[in-house]
Structure formats: structure tokens, C-alpha cells
Design a protein around this ligand. Structure first.
Ligand code: B4P
Length: 191
């Protein structure tokens, strides 16, 4: 399976990616996690990414695309992968199309989690209490929501037009959402 998991900040991408990846035996590749790892290790990529992430902006496409290209070239991603939080711009969609075409494979589905924006602010502020992520302050969360609406929401139509979009309600308990995502993907496999 080659899957994309998308949705606004805090919709549950990272939370659900773990379960989906486990179910299908594929790696979950989170661009956000890779950036955060680089930030914590103080790499050159991390220093560049931090500036954008802390402001709630997207890291530039050329940096993000190269990072994903390298990651999906690794052997564990050969049988398939779940991309969590990539692509987020139309340019990233184009790049990903090229990467997948090059390997002779195709995307199976794009799962988009939806949730009420105010609930998402609450979830992320709650996470701020426990994880202390530097981009989980209210101003930055609201900026991330704007950036998502401007740059990532248009991708929904792109994937809908391709017949790949699977919309899943991300409200409710984590395990309820997991059941919905897995059931929706089961339908994709059987269709
Ligand atoms: P991400 O790490 O992807 O951050 P996110 O959108 O906030 O995460 P996510 O939606 O995964 O939140 P989660 O489910 O874990 O990106 C961070 C930054 O990296 C971006 O702003 C950008 O700067 C940069 N970046 C990443 N990818 C990029 C790209 N492709 N291009 C350019 N820049 C990029 O959950 C959030 C919280 O809600 C958790 O605390 C969780 O426990 C809780 N939660 C989840 N589901 C819940 C539920 N059903 N009920 C209650 N709480 C729930």
C-alpha cells in the first residue's frame, strides 16, 4: 500500500499513522517528525526547518521534497509507505507524482481526516502541556490553520478528481477514528 494521510494540524495524522502503518506492515513517514528529529540533533536541516516551524509556516518545498525522496528510497519503503503530512503543497504533489512514477508504482489512497477547527486548537493546546512543542502556542496554531487552508486544502480536490480521496471524520475518541480509517482502507482494498 502507498498511502497519504492528510488533514489540518492536530487532526490526528501522527496519532493514526502509527496504527495504519502497523496494520499494513509499512513505514509511517512523518515529515514533521523528521524535521523535529533534525531540530533536536541540531543538524543543518534542523536549523533551517526550525525557523519556519516555530512561525507556523511550511518548510520550503525544495528542502522537504529532497528529504522525502531520500527517505522513500530506503529499502524499508520498497513494499509501500504511509506519508504523514506530505504532500502539503501543489508543488509537493507534483514532486511526489514523479517519485512514485519513477519506481513504477502508484498511490492507493489519500486519507483526509477532518475535524472542527476549535476542537483542534484545544487538542494542540493540551499537547503543549505535555509535549512542550514550540509550535503549539495559540497564535502559531492559528497561523498553521491558515497556512493549511491556503496551501493544503486545494490538494483535497486534486486527489478527489483522481478518485483517490477517502474522507474520514477525525472527531471522537482515538480508537473510534482508527476503526473508521481502517474500515475505509479495507473498502479501498476490496474495490
Ligand atoms: P506535523 O508534525 O505534521 O504537525 P501537526 O499537523 O500538528 O500534527 P498532527 O496532525 O500529526 O497532530 P497529531 O495527530 O499528532 O507538522 C509540524 C510542522 O512541520 C508544520 O507546521 C510545518 O512547519 C512542518 N512540515 C511538516 N510537513 C511539511 C511539509 N510536507 N511541507 C512543509 N512543511 C512541513 O495530534 C495532535 C494532538 O491531538 C496530539 O496531542 C494527539 O494526542 C491529540 N489527538 C489526536 N487524535 C485525537 C482524538 N481523536 N481526540 C483527542 N485528541 C486527539
Amino acid at each position: 500500500m502507498r498511502l497519504i494521510l492528510m488533514g489540518p494540524p492536530g487532526a490526528g495524522k501522527g496519532t493514526q499513522a502509527k496504527f495504519v502503518a502497523e496494520r499494513y506492515g509499512i513505514p509511517a513517514i512523518s515529515t514533521g517528525d523528521i524535521f523535529r528529529k533534525n531540530v533536536s540533533e541540531g543538524t543543518e536541516l534542523g536549523v533551517k526547518a526550525k525557523e519556519y516551524m516555530d512561525a507556523g509556516e511550511y518548510v520550503p518545498d525544495e528542502i522537504t521534497n529532497l528529504m522525502v525522496r531520500n527517505r522513500i528510497d530506503e529499502p524499508d519503503a520498497e513494499p509501500g509507505f504511509l506519508l504523514d503530512g506530505y504532500p502539503r503543497t501543489l508543488q509537493q504533489v507534483e514532486e511526489l507524482d514523479g517519485m512514485i512514477k519513477y519506481t513504477g508504482h502508484r498511490l492507493d489512497a489519500v486519507v483526509c481526516l477532518s475535524a472542527d477547527p476549535e476542537e483542534l486548537v484545544k487538542r494542540l493546546l493540551a499537547r503543549a502541556q505535555t509535549d512542550g512543542r514550540s509550535d503549539d502556542t495559540e497564535d502559531v496554531i492559528r497561523r498553521r490553520q491558515e497556512v493549511y487552508a491556503e496551501q493544503t486544502e486545494p490538494l483535497i480536490e486534486v486527489y478527489r478528481d483522481r478518485g483517490l480521496l477517502v474522507e474520514v471524520d477525525g472527531m471522537g475518541e482515538v480508537d473510534e477514528v482508527t476503526q473508521r480509517v481502517l474500515a475505509a482502507l479495507q473498502d479501498v482494498r476490496e474495490s
